[in-house]
Design a protein around this ligand. Structure first.
Ligand code: F0G
Length: 458
């Protein structure tokens, strides 16, 4: 038997390249200060490796670019719309498919229709735009995480699962009438990129059936979630990922999708709705604010790119490489002594900043301190997911202080990943000298995008 090769290789070749501008530590120091210690305010050309997000930052394939050229830009009934709709129908089984410009546009339409004062929308964990849209409608967004999910070191294979007992208790205590629907985010982005099991999705469905409640999935990373189910859930290893993904969608009454993740495009979103009456109302809102129902605020070329991207993401060689490459980064960080959210997520590795900087209290944003250090050391741009993103007056403090290293799809090579791991190791060596920050300027909502900070003197 020949030995099984373990080197991780990208299952694609590179046809077009884009230069990275290298910077010196002195340049980065000046850039970071100028940006108020907030990487969202740094110009992308000043970043060496950009791990701010995996959203809209992926590389398209030659087939996607071919679709861009082939696209039909007709206002109504464009060929590209039908190609997009049929691809989504084929993968998800939903008959009613609406294009939107991105995930939050789907969320805004959905919650304008079903949200409102006095209502409650439970989820395993709402992403920040979902929460903001639920709250904007006047409703309350509630996260029902597993207790295991608040412990970064707990290796539970499906830490994205919803706490089913808590869901039952919530419905029992407030009464069914206060719930317009139940939501579940796959994978759970805010909690470490952790997957939700098929068993958990089936259990949510059963609760919804008992109370006659619709069940919607935030399916941004549905393919990564389905691949985790195949890898980790007993009895699922023999099934094609496409079939598992289909079962996930079959359990739901609707889905909001940001196609900027597993849709493998730079812009685009989807709203899937089973109920014909609700779908018609969504069409009316879409026309009012996004565009006609066969383009939804996008160009025909964007629809073509989505149609192809949603197919490509289900390629099992791609998914195996994707999850393995992310896991590899997690292993390297762990080897340096850095605590991460275990087990490694699908689209990102989350550094446990509280454990890395125990000397920095939550009020001084340990995650932001680590984000600044990664930029100083390696020009790496990461994102805080902790008290900056979720804290603030009148809000429940987040359970964890995390730094997300989100990996764009098909953009960076394994040697880029090695560079990130080396830089993170250097941050670990400097951890005792990292400093906390205070906010000097911030908007009332979604403050992580534009807040400015200053470093607190040691
Ligand atoms: N839901 C989840 C789980 C997300 O991760 C995002 C975006 C959205 C909804 C909203 O989609 O950006 O297309 O409007 N997440 C990005 C991120 C921004 O960096 O994780 P959008």
């Amino acid at each position: 038997m020949p030995a099984l090769l373990t080197t991780i290789i990208e299952p694609f070749r590179i046809k077009v390249v884009e230069p990275i501008r290298m910077t010196t530590p002195a340049q980065r120091e000046a850039i970071l200060c100028g940006a108020g210690f907030n990487p969202f305010l740094i110009a992308a050309s000043d970043v060496v490796i950009d791990l701010l997000t995996d959203s809209g930052t992926g590389a398209m394939s030659s087939e996607q670019w071919a679709g861009v050229m082939r696209a039909d830009e007709s206002y109504a009934g464009a060929t590209s719309f039908f190609r997009f709709r049929d691809a989504l129908r084929g993968i998800t089984g939903f008959e009613h498919v609406l294009p939107t410009h991105q995930g939050r546009a789907s969320e805004r339409i959905l919650f304008e229709l079903v949200g409102g004062e006095g209502l409650i929308v439970p989820s395993n964990a709402h992403f920040d735009t979902t929460r903001a849209n639920v709250e904007h409608s006047g409703a309350q967004a509630i996260d029902l995480r597993l207790p295991e999910a608040s412990d970064p070191s707990n290796p539970h294979p499906f830490k994205g699962n919803m706490d089913i007992a808590a869901l039952e208790a919530l419905i029992a205590s407030h009464g069914r009438a206060r719930f317009p629907l139940v939501m579940c985010t796959v994978t759970n982005n805010s909690g470490g990129g952790q997957p939700v099991s098929l068993e958990n999705l089936r259990a949510i469905r059963a609760v919804c059936d008992r109370h006659n409640l619709p069940f919607f999935i935030d399916a941004c990373r549905f393919a990564e979630n389905a691949c985790f189910i195949k890898k980790r859930e007993p009895g699922q290893s023999h099934r094609p990922v496409r079939e598992i993904a289909r079962e996930m969608f079959d359990l739901a009454d609707g889905a909001t999708i940001s196609a900027k993740k597993d849709g493998m495009v730079n812009i685009g979103g989807v709203l899937l709705i089973r109920d014909a009456a609700l779908f018609r109302r969504a069409c009316n809102l879409l026309i009012l604010t996004e565009g006609y129902v066969t383009y939804g605020g996008l160009a025909g070329r964007d629809l073509e790119a989505m149609a192809q991207g949603f197919e490509e993401v289900l390629d099992e060689d791609y998914l195996a490489y994707r999850l393995r490459s992310t896991e590899y980064l997690g292993e390297r960080l762990r080897a340096h002594g850095i605590a991460i959210v275990e087990p490694p997520g699908g689209h990102a590795i989350y550094i446990d900043a509280r454990s890395l900087c125990p000397h920095i209290p939550a009020a001084q944003f340990p995650g932001q301190a680590v984000v600044c250090a990664l930029y100083r050391v390696g020009g790496i741009r990461a994102c805080e997911i902790g008290s900056v993103m979720f804290g603030g007056e009148g809000r429940t403090p987040p359970p964890m202080e995390l730094v997300r290293l989100a990996i764009p799809r098909r953009v960076y090579t394994q040697s880029h990943i090695d560079y990130v791991a080396e830089a993170a190791g250097e941050v670990f060596r400097q951890r005792h000298s990292l400093r906390g920050l205070r906010i000097v300027e911030a908007p009332p909502v979604l403050r992580h995008f534009s807040a400015r900070f200053e470093e607190i003197e040691a």
